[in-house]
Design a protein around this ligand. Structure first.
Ligand SMILES: N[C@@H](CCC(=O)N[C@@H](CS)C(=O)NCC(=O)O)C(=O)O
Length: 136
């Protein structure tokens, strides 16, 4: 069973869609980023970054519980967990796929919700937030 600590935002939906596509059993644990849930200790136990999505796989590598954050890392993990269904196995296809995964992370997946959650109260709780994000 995979616990998805998430919220309905673009980065959250990437993982929700992959879980549906792969037919994996999962349970969503809502992290209301508009209410500041991402700063709660129980969420910060499974991520070094106060951002959704994050997962806990109760049946991770070696059959042990496994935590993971960052949507691209999660997508790669879920693909490999299911035998590489989302990422081609041949080197050409694999690296082209990773290229686009990295591209969407770096260039196109800025969370549109960031503007709404950078209210002054949340900014104070988030020393890691960049000045660029603070001013949006
Ligand atoms: N690089 C991260 C970005 C995650 C991200 O920006 N998450 C946003 C929602 S889409 C968030 O949780 N923001 C809460 C905050 O900044 O405190 C990923 O791809 O997982």
């Amino acid at each position: 069973m995979i616990e998805v600590w998430s919220w309905p935002t673009p980065n959250g939906h990437k993982v929700h869609i992959a879980l549906e596509e792969l037919g994996l059993e999962y349970k969503v644990i809502p992290v209301n980023i508009g209410a500041g849930d991402q700063f709660k200790p129980e969420f910060l136990k499974i991520t070094a970054n106060h951002r959704i999505p994050a997962i806990v796989d109760t049946d991770g590598p070696g059959g042990k519980p496994f935590t993971l954050f960052e949507s691209a890392a999660i997508l790669i993990y879920l693909s490999e967990k299911t035998g590489g269904k989302l990422i081609p196995k041949d080197p050409f296809g694999r690296y082209k796929c990773l290229e686009w995964i990295m591209f969407q992370m770096a260039a196109s997946a800025r969370c549109s919700a960031n503007g709404t959650i950078s209210a002054p109260t949340l900014q104070k709780k988030s020393p890691m937030r960049s000045s660029a994000t603070r001013t949006r």
